[in-house]
Design a protein around this ligand. Structure first.
Ligand code: ADP
Length: 457
C-alpha cells in the first residue's frame, strides 16, 4: 500500500522535471539565438557587441542559477512533504491495525473458547486468547502449536487440518472436528479456518468450544438406549425364532398363521431397527480406525450386489467399474454402505427394474454411483433423508418397511472415510446416490476431514 503511494507521488514529480528540462532547453536556445541576433542588429561596433554579449551571458547564468535554485528548493520541499505524508499514513495504518487487533483480542479474550492462530509452515503460535492461556499457560510465545497444546509431542499432529484448509494456495472451507483434550480431559468442537494474517501470509485460526456437558448427556442417552437395545435383542430373537417355528408347522390354522406372520414380521423389523441403531452407535463412539486396507472397488460392488436382500427378480443390477480402481478403508463398512444404497434402489423401484452401479476415478477421488429409475425423492427432502429415522411419508415408502436409519449409517461410514455422500433425484423418475472417497494417496490427510471421530489433543 505504501509502495503504491510512493510510486504515485513520485510519478508526477518525474513528469514535472522532464517538462522543466524541455522548457529550459527551448527557452535557452531561443534566448541565445534571438539575443545574439538582436545585439548584432543594434550594435555595429564589435567591441560594444563583445561587451554586451559578456553582460548578456552573465545575466543569463545569474537568472538560470536563481531559477535552478528555486526549482531545487521547491522539489526538496515537495519531497519532504511527501515523505511526511507517507510517514503519517504509515503511522495511521499501523495504529489502525493495532487498534483493530486490540478490538479482536478483546473479543476473543471474552470468549469461553480456545482461540489460537498458528503459522501454516512453521506451526509457530502467533496469537492465543486468554481462555487458552488459563488452561495451557502463558508461555506460548515462540512455541509451536503442538508443543504448547499437547503433552510430550515434538512433531505436527497426525490429525493436523492444515492440508485441508488451503485449496490451490487460497483459503478453503472450514474444517469442523471434535477431540478429547488429554491435558484437562474435556471435549472440544473445533472449527479450523485458513485466514490471511496481518502481514499477508496464510495462517490457521482455530476456535475450539468446550462441549463436554453435551457429550456427557449424549453418552448417558446413548448408553441408556444401547443397554435397552441389547436387552431387547434376546426376547426379540426368541419371539422371531418361535414365530418362525410356528410358521413352519403344517397344522397351524390359516387365521393363526396370518397372526404369527404379523408377529414374525414386526419382530424382524424391530430387530433390524435395533441392529441399525447399534451399528450407528458403534460407528460414532466405539470405532477405532482399524482394519483399513486397499480395496478393489469392483470387489466391493460385487459383494454388495450379492448381499442385497431387497433385490427381486425384476431388478437388473448392472455393474460398470474398471478392475484397477482402489479405495482405502474398512472393507466391511464400505460394503455395508454400498449394499444399503443398492437395497434402497431396489426397495424404492418397485416397478422399473434397471439399477446401475458404476465407479469412476480421478486424480483426487473415486466416485461410486448407485442409480435407479424408481420413485425418486422430492427436492425438499434431499437434505433430510440422511437424518436418523427420517422417512418420506408416502403410501409407497411406508409399505416398504424400512426404519429410516440406512442412509444415516451409510453417510456416517463415508464421512468417517474422509468422503462425502451426494444425491440427485427427480421425483417419479429415479435417484442417483454417489459415494465420493478420497484417493488412497491422500488418506493421511483426508481421513480426518469433518469426522465426529474422537481425537486426542
Ligand atoms: P429406510 O429404512 O426408510 O429405507 P433410509 O435411511 O435408507 O431408511 O432412507 C430414508 C428415506 O429416503 C426412505 O424412507 C426413502 O423414502 C428415501 N429413499 C432412500 N433411498 C431412496 C431411493 N433410492 N429412491 C427413493 N427414495 C429413497
Amino acid at each position: 500500500m505504501f509502495a503504491t503511494d510512493q510510486r504515485d507521488l513520485r510519478t508526477p514529480r518525474k513528469h514535472t522535471a522532464v517538462r522543466t528540462v524541455v522548457f529550459y532547453v527551448i527557452f535557452a536556445s531561443l534566448w541565445i539565438y534571438f539575443s545574439d541576433t538582436l545585439l548584432a542588429w543594434f550594435l555595429s561596433d564589435p567591441d560594444q557587441l563583445t561587451q554586451a554579449q559578456t553582460f548578456k551571458n552573465g545575466f543569463f547564468v545569474a537568472v538560470t542559477a536563481t531559477l535552478l535554485y528555486l526549482y531545487l528548493s521547491h522539489c526538496l520541499q515537495v519531497q519532504r512533504n511527501c515523505e511526511e505524508a507517507i510517514e503519517e499514513e504509515q503511522d495511521k495504518t499501523q495504529q489502525d491495525i493495532r487498534e483493530r487487533f486490540k478490538q479482536l483480542s478483546t473479543l476473543f479474550d471474552s470468549m469461553n473458547a480456545v482461540v489460537y492462530v498458528a503459522d501454516f509452515t512453521t506451526y509457530e503460535l502467533l496469537y492465543v486468547n486468554q481462555f487458552t492461556e488459563q488452561f495451557f499457560g502463558q508461555d506460548w510465545r515462540g512455541r509451536k502449536c503442538y508443543q504448547y497444546l499437547q503433552e510430550g509431542i515434538n512433531h505436527p499432529c497426525d490429525f493436523c487440518t492444515n492440508s485441508q484448509l488451503i485449496i490451490n494456495g487460497e483459503p478453503g472451507n472450514p474444517v469442523v472436528w471434535e477431540f478429547l483434550n488429554t491435558k484437562n480431559n474435556r471435549w472440544y468442537e473445533c472449527i479450523d479456518n485458513a485466514i490471511r494474517w496481518t502481514d499477508g501470509r496464510l495462517v490457521r485460526l482455530e476456535v475450539a468450544q468446550d462441549i463436554t456437558e453435551r457429550k456427557e448427556l449424549e453418552k448417558i442417552k446413548d448408553d441408556l438406549l444401547s443397554t435397552m437395545s441389547h436387552e431387547m435383542r434376546t426376547p426379540l430373537t426368541a419371539i422371531s425364532g418361535f414365530a418362525e417355528l410356528l410358521l413352519n408347522e403344517p397344522e397351524v390354522p390359516e387365521q393363526q398363521r396370518r397372526h404369527v406372520e404379523i408377529i414374525y414380521n414386526e419382530a424382524e423389523k424391530l430387530t433390524e431397527l435395533i441392529n441399525r441403531f447399534l451399528d450407528v452407535r458403534r460407528l460414532k463412539f466405539d470405532r477405532a480406525r482399524i482394519n483399513y486396507e486397499y480395496l478393489s472397488v469392483l470387489d466391493l460392488m460385487e459383494k454388495a450386489k450379492n448381499g442385497c436382500r431387497d433385490c427381486k427378480a425384476h431388478h437388473h443390477i448392472k455393474i460398470e467399474c474398471q478392475a484397477d480402481i482402489q479405495v482405502y478403508g474398512n472393507r466391511q463398512e464400505l460394503t455395508q454402505a454400498i449394499t444399503q444404497l443398492l437395497e434402497n434402489a431396489c426397495r424404492y423401484s418397485p416397478e422399473s427394474g434397471r439399477i446401475s452401479l458404476t465407479a469412476q476415478s480421478s486424480n483426487r477421488e473415486t466416485s461410486i454411483c448407485v442409480a435407479d429409475q424408481g420413485l425418486g425423492i422430492p427436492k425438499h427432502e434431499l437434505e433430510s433423508i440422511f437424518n436418523p429415522f427420517h422417512r418420506i411419508d408416502t403410501g409407497n415408502t411406508r409399505s416398504t418397511g424400512g426404519v429410516g436409519l440406512g442412509l444415516c449409517l451409510a453417510k456416517e461410514v463415508v464421512t468417517l472415510h474422509g468422503g462425502k455422500m451426494q444425491v440427485e433425484s427427480i421425483s417419479g423418475q429415479g435417484s442417483t446416490f454417489t459415494i465420493v472417497l478420497p484417493k488412497p494417496v491422500d488418506r493421511n490427510n483426508t481421513l480426518n476431514v469433518n469426522t465426529n471421530d474422537a481425537r486426542q489433543l
